[in-house]
Design a protein around this ligand. Structure first.
Ligand code: FAD
Length: 317
């Protein structure tokens, strides 16, 4: 028995999410008194995974897997699971992870718990805490199947250093031609900006900012904080900001450590997507704005006065 984590990467480099799920996997492996195997596909430098407790690193190098292919990736993971006799399998909650998990669950006949936010409460029976009802609550889920598949929510357990001497092993799974009947080329826009998915801090603007010409201060605040920029749905519908910045129930989910909402009312559909952020700060001129009820900190004031002062103060640090 072992725990197997699939550590995904972007253009060969591991991101924070990968270190989070490896840290999670190590913790679970310790709870279950077993070892942690980390599977990587076409990653550039895998030795860093030993800093987070990977006892064994399985490396797949295959040109056909250069762009993400859910069926082929699921094949690789399934074969690695069987080879390593793994019974607990962990994937992340990025778009790739969310695409992979159900395919993998079917292949392994595994019980799948998505949106897991904490280490297992117990490994026998295997019980995990998950976000439920669009992140409005938490629930405990017991997985009784032999293979247990976990989708770890971002920013939930953090990164824990645990240096070990890893064993690296090349792994060549046999891939099915059928897996490559549908292929896709991914085009990454390298804007150089922090993406909403990777950001620790997100600065978000709403219709209260009156127009696209006023986004300079939002971008400046984001720059000072090293944050990603986001917006409410009407803002992207109006074409003030690109749709890629739209967050909420019908947009991107935000699970950052800090979410700063400026001129956003806090409609239920907006909150559904951003409520999982750890700390929410709201700047709104209307003291009755619903967002204040969901906020950890609130500033009642005109964004055009508050935000420039905030930027000035932050620049002093
Ligand atoms: P408004 O509601 O117009 O609020 C603007 C706020 O700015 C107000 O609170 C106002 O007090 C404040 N303000 C005004 N001037 C200033 C100032 N000078 N300084 C500071 N504050 C100021 N919305 C989303 O965001 N994401 C979604 O995913 C989403 N999905 C939806 C799905 C469905 C099916 C539906 C029906 C709606 C959805 N919506 C979504 C829309 C949502 O219901 C709200 O209409 C929207 O979130 C409101 O956007 P807003 O807060 O930017 O604008």
């Amino acid at each position: 028995m072992s725990v197997l984590v699939f550590a995904d990467h972007s253009e060969g480099k591991f991101k924070k999410t990968a270190f989070e799920i490896v840290s999670f996997g190590k913790h679970v492996a310790k709870q279950a008194e077993t070892s942690l195997v980390v599977l990587t596909i076409n990653a550039e430098s895998t030795s860093v995974l030993s800093d987070f407790g990977a006892d064994k690193i399985l490396t797949v190098q295959d040109d056909r897997l250069k762009t993400f292919n859910a069926r082929a990736y699921a094949d690789c993971i399934q074969q690695a699971v069987l080879k390593e006799n793994a019974n607990i399998i962990v994937v992340d909650s990025t778009n790739n992870g969310l695409y992979l998990a159900p395919i993998l669950a079917v292949k392994l006949e595994a019980g799948y718990a998505s949106n897991v936010v904490d280490f297992p409460a117990s490994v026998t029976p295997f019980t995990v805490k998950r976000k439920v009802f669009s992140s409005k609550g938490f629930g405990l889920t017991e997985i009784a199947t032999e293979h247990k598949l976990i989708g770890l929510a971002k920013n939930s357990v953090g990164i824990i250093e645990h240096k070990v001497n890893s064993v690296e092993e090349a792994f060549s799974p046999s891939l099915n031609d059928e897996d490559f009947q549908i292929t896709s080329d991914s085009i990454d826009k390298t804007t150089g900006k922090v993406t909403i998915a990777d950001a620790d801090i997100v600065v978000s603007g709403g219709r209260g900012l009156k127009g696209p010409e006023n986004w300079g201060m939002i971008e400046e605040l984001a720059d000072v904080l090293g944050a990603a920029t986001a917006c409410s749905k009407p803002v992207s519908d109006l074409g003030w900001r690109p749709h890629s910045e739209h967050v909420g129930q019908t947009g991107k989910p935000v699970t950052s450590n800090l979410y700063i909402a400026i001129g956003i009312s806090g409609a239920i559909q907006h909150l559904a997507g951003v409520n999982s952020s750890k700390v929410k700060v709201v700047i709104n001129s209307d003291p009755e704005a619903p967002f204040f009820k969901a906020a950890d900190y609130g500033i009642v004031g005109d964004a055009f006065e508050v935000v420039p002062q905030l930027i000035e103060k932050l620049k002093e640090f």
